[in-house]
Ligand binder design. Sequence first.
Ligand code: EPZ
Length: 431
Amino acid sequence: MWILEKFVINGGKRLCGSVRISGAKNAAVAILPAILLTNEPCTIENLPEISDVTTIIRTLSILGAEVKVINKSTVRIDPRNVRSYTVSKEMAECMRASSYFLGALLGRMNNASVAPPGGCDFGVRPIDQHIKGFEALGAKVTIENGMVEARAERLSGSSIYLDVVSVGATINIMLAATRARGLTVIENAAREPHIVDLANFLNSMGANIMGAGTSIIKIRGVENLHGTTYSIIPDQIEAGTYMLAAAATMGDVTIENVTPKHLESIIAKLNEVGAKIEEFDEAVRVSMNTRPKRCNVKTMPHPGFPTDMQPQMATLLAIADGTSIITEGVWDSRFRYVDQLTLMGAQIKVDGKMAVITGVANLRPAPVKAVDLRAGAAMIIAGLMAEGTTEVTDILHIDRGYENIAEKLASLGADIKRAPIISDEVVLKEA
Ligand code: EPZ
């Protein structure tokens, strides 16, 4: 049975203590479909317990893979009986990463039929660069009856220059090229940590991928891949979210199980607003004891400041001393959450891809919505900052990407609870 839920937050408490970061969502949702490139079982460790991972695993199971849950963060997936190459609208529309089944199925059986991906609404989210890559490898791509159909006799390596730095296109082309004949070169590739993690995973299965983490990735196709056991990297964005929550509540939090190198741009901005940061081998400690200073932020592909941290940063800057400007450099429209934040007293004016934030002394509690995943995390941070009771609804967006967020925050001293929404207007999705 599905019941709609909300978070109820009694804000105004400092976050203190330590919190452990889970495996990276955006690595997990690429690595799980990549298992389709072998016929041998793979064991994946450090998977985050989030609904996007559940959706991908369910899709693999529908395609014919055998799934064995070893423990809450480890699964063993045996894809040898996968014969289907179709991912239905029902599965694909839950998330953006469903598009990775195009590259993975094309790589496995030269055939893929996948409904267009869903995911967070940031304006137009085209997949033209993915399609350009598949076509360069020799696939014919059409849209028929609302499905993206990709077919090839046999994929052959090619040189592909991406017109925009796209995480999804880079991953999809890597998936399709891993078993293609010959050499594929992706130029202007995305450099995010999850791209490196996918390359490491594929290489641990016998692939030959070089240059991941730089803007030129070379993939020499191999005939077959074998099974492997692989542990997913820590989630850069989950870590960044707790770092900003610590600063926003004038707290003192050690964020454990992180790769500090992946957090450099976030650390730089936290330093700029006056937070104190200590870096350890696999942890960072963030403390703050003054009102944040103003600063400007521009989101960019990695290693720039991540767009997936933009709403959380805007929330911190909402109480900064002075006026800050955030420029969104990746998505057309990623300020839909601003209306919610203004309900809590933030003073933010949006003009196209720019938000001008005039810092106020405090936010005040209000009922707000999680309009998408990271916007939802931002609403939680706002609720933690505002003294009084804030309710955040539409939290299924948050559950897509944050493992046990209420429990983790509560362990740091936050007063946050998950509660059912009881209302005549609630429509249960499934009874
Ligand atoms: C990934 O989305 C992430 N999702 C997003 O994280 C993240 O915001 C984004 O990368 C940017 O870092 C996953 O990894 C599952 P893109 P993706 O292709 O791959 C344009 C989160 O909160 N573009 O790098 O869909 C596009 O419109 C999520 O965890 C084209 O023009 O993003 C955008 O402006 C939300 N044509 C830019 O490139 C294409 O074919 C970057 O998009 C593809 C993209």
